[in-house]
Design a binder for this molecule. Structure first.
Ligand code: MG
Length: 292
């Protein structure tokens, strides 16, 4: 089997001091990992050049997962605004916050496809009574769906409706498979779907893998189609057939991961109070070219 980690790679702790760290993304032009500290309602930024972490923004309405769009701009979920937003000149601009008149629950994680469509999960964690990760509120459309937004037409469409707590989301390298985790307490699993990105059609749902201990809160797919996912006590690497290839123990409960670094080989890990990094022997899957 090909090696998954760089020779001698060890897990480094880069920052500690968050309450619940989530939603990392690598921003190449800044050489920064930006992530959410959800209960503290702030966004943090680790500068890979200086090795230091700063507060990027505070009072951010409980952002969670984020990604980059086709132009390299940050697209992120706000559990407090119950929206998906884009950061433009340092300010959040709402992209979408409702479907058929009902507000979303609390968008959790997001991915942008090669054609620019935005796919995101909408569990209710941000509107629970605790108010720890948002503002207590009602579920307005009555479900917890995965949505696809086409900004060119403005169409918002539910694409996955049968999961209890849809959470992490990613495409396979060729965008033929959509992975969505369900972080429900009773049936946690990563589900796989056959997907037609351009048509926004999803079919053939099946359980791709379950990780032990749960849950697969967030994950990224590498260039070989392997899924690098959080689990309760580690990062686990799953083959495209769902087989467990590697387990990297982490001393805190892991929420999410992203690839980054100059050559894309670094895996950044948000885990409860801390940001970690480990050197891998692979990189994130490049997005396919947009359709002609
Ligand atoms: Mg999540």
């Amino acid at each position: 089997m090909t090696e998954l980690l760089a020779p001698g790679a060890t897990l480094e702790r880069l920052f500690t001091g968050a309450v619940w760290a989530e939603g990392p993304v690598w921003i190449p032009q800044e050489r920064v990992v930006r992530w959410s500290d959800i209960p503290n309602d702030r966004i943090l930024a680790f500068d890979a050049t200086t090795g230091t972490t700063r507060v990027h923004r505070e009072h951010v309405e409980y952002t969670n997962g984020r990604t980059l769009d086709r132009e390299g701009r940050v697209v992120q979920c706000s559990q407090g605004r119950r929206s998906v937003e884009r950061e433009i000149d340092g300010e959040p601009v709402t992209i979408v916050d409702r479907w058929e008149g009902g507000r979303f629950n609390s968008p959790n994680d997001v991915v942008v496809a090669s054609d620019g469509t935005i796919w995101f999960t909408d569990p209710p964690y941000g509107i629970l009574e605790s108010g720890r990760e948002g503002h207590p509120g009602e579920q307005e459309y009555g479900g917890c769906y995965v949505f696809r937004l086409d900004e060119r037409t403005g169409e918002v469409r539910p694409v996955v409706t049968e999961l209890e707590r849809p959470n992490g989301i990613a495409f396979s390298p060729d965008e033929s498979v959509l992975y969505v985790s369900d972080t429900s307490e009773t049936t946690p699993a990563i589900h796989a779907y056959d997907v037609d990105v351009a048509r926004g059609e999803v079919s053939g749902g099946r359980v791709f893998a379950t990780v032990e201990p749960p849950a697969s809160d967030g994950f990224r797919v590498d260039v070989e189609g392997r899924v690098w996912t959080s689990s309760g006590d580690s990062v686990q690497v799953l083959a495209p057939d769902g087989a467990l290839l590697l387990r990297v123990p982490v001393p805190e409960v892991v929420a999410n991961v992203c690839f980054g670094g100059e050559d894309g080989h670094d895996l950044y890990v948000t885990a409860t109070t801390s940001l970690y990094r480990i050197r891998t022997a692979t990189t994130a899957a490049p997005r396919p070219a947009p359709p002609a």
